[in-house]
Design a protein around this ligand. Structure first.
Ligand code: OGA
Ligand code: NI
Length: 332
């Protein structure tokens, strides 16, 4: 009852909704640009993935997390950031959180086989997969979803290019999204968050990369803070919409666009219900140099950030937020 009372007075954000099947490109770009300047969050609909397939992906995700912990530990996250991440593995907001996030995860990236000349780069490589006898069809479902999410993310990147006054295929170039570091992450949240005691399902953060395509189930939990400098901070719930993705811009795009587009602080509060989500993080090629876009600088608006290689930036951010892998090896 108490929760219900709180819910009825809670702040809910209303975000722009981009229809990817809309033929009026001009209209879509205007709406997208407004969202990117305002808060860096928007919904995407009519993206071409059907709901039955989405339900299947979530069902398979649940099957993995329902396995006994020792089975999940067999595919523990490796040094390439692929595989299972146990509860508390990630700490996103050390100032306000007492422990790590109350969530479990499973990272899946682009499969780069060991005979590929680039396989040994930090975020490339083969994925670990749960035993096919334990979870038949699991790998196939996840690989198909990864492909679809990449296709949609690239469609959105075209709209972003137009919103930034760049050529529509600017980010499609080989050295940009030709061989991207595109990583999806299955997530399961459990428990009740207690912000006044530093307990969060997912601590406040902005995403590291270019953009994130987020699929969620119907359980509310995601919140955004449009103005990180306001005191006290004002948090608004982003309600899930069946069939829509929630898309948000990451720090790499904020940097790339010289601060023109915003990456917004967000977090997740657990309400006691199990909650599943699947963020898909799009970042450019490993070697892509993220330096101020040509349309985002002028004589009176010089680049604010030095150029940085995509993988260098990401490695730094992952190392700051994830536990040392050695802690798990000491335990076993
Ligand atoms: C993330 C994230 C939100 C959610 O993983 O970066 O913000 O709803 N997830 O799971
Ligand atoms: Ni996030």
């Amino acid at each position: 009852m108490e929760n219900h009372t709180k819910d009825s007075t809670m702040n809910v954000s209303s975000l722009n909704c981009i229809d990817l099947s809309n033929d009026d490109l001009h209209n879509s770009v205007i709406s997208l640009k407004q969202a990117c300047l305002d808060c860096g969050f928007f919904y995407v609909i009519n993206h071409g993935i059907n709901e039955e397939f989405m339900d299947d992906v979530f069902e398979q995700s649940k099957k993995f997390f329902d396995l006994p912990l020792e089975e999940k530990m067999k595919v523990l996250r490796n040094e390439k950031h692929r595989g299972y991440t146990p509860v508390l593995d990630e700490l996103l907001d050390p100032v306000n959180q007492v422990n790590g996030d109350h969530k479990e995860g499973y990272y899946i990236g682009i499969e780069v086989p060991k005979d590929d000349p680039h396989w040994d780069k930090p975020f490339y490589g083969p994925n670990p997969w749960p035993d096919a006898d334990v979870l038949p069809g699991w790998r196939e479902t996840m690989e198909k979803y990864h492909q679809e999410a990449l296709r949609i993310s690239k469609d959105i990147a075209r709209l972003l290019a137009l919103a930034l006054d760049l050529d529509v295929d600017y980010f499609d170039r080989t050295e940009m999204l030709g061989k991207p570091i595109a990583t999806m992450r299955l997530l399961r949240y459990q428990g009740v968050s207690d912000p006044s005691n530093g307990i969060y399902a997912c601590g406040a953060h902005s995403d590291f990369g270019m953009m994130t395509l987020l699929a969620t189930d119907s359980v509310t939990g995601l919140q955004i803070c449009k103005d990180k400098k306001a005191t006290p901070q004002k948090w608004e719930y982003v309600p899930p919409i069946k069939g829509a993705f929630i898309v948000n811009l990451g720090d790499m795009l904020e940097r790339w666009s010289n601060g023109f587009f915003k990456s917004t602080l967000h977090r997740v509060l657990g309400n006691g219900q199990e909650r599943y989500s699947i963020p898909f993080f799009l970042e450019p090629n490993h070697d892509c140099l993220v330096e101020c876009l040509p349309t985002c600088k002028s004589e009176s608006n010089l680049p604010k950030y030095p150029p940085i290689k995509c993988s260098t930036y990401l490695t730094q951010r992952y190392n700051e937020t994830h536990a040392e892998l050695s802690i798990y090896h000491q335990q076993t």
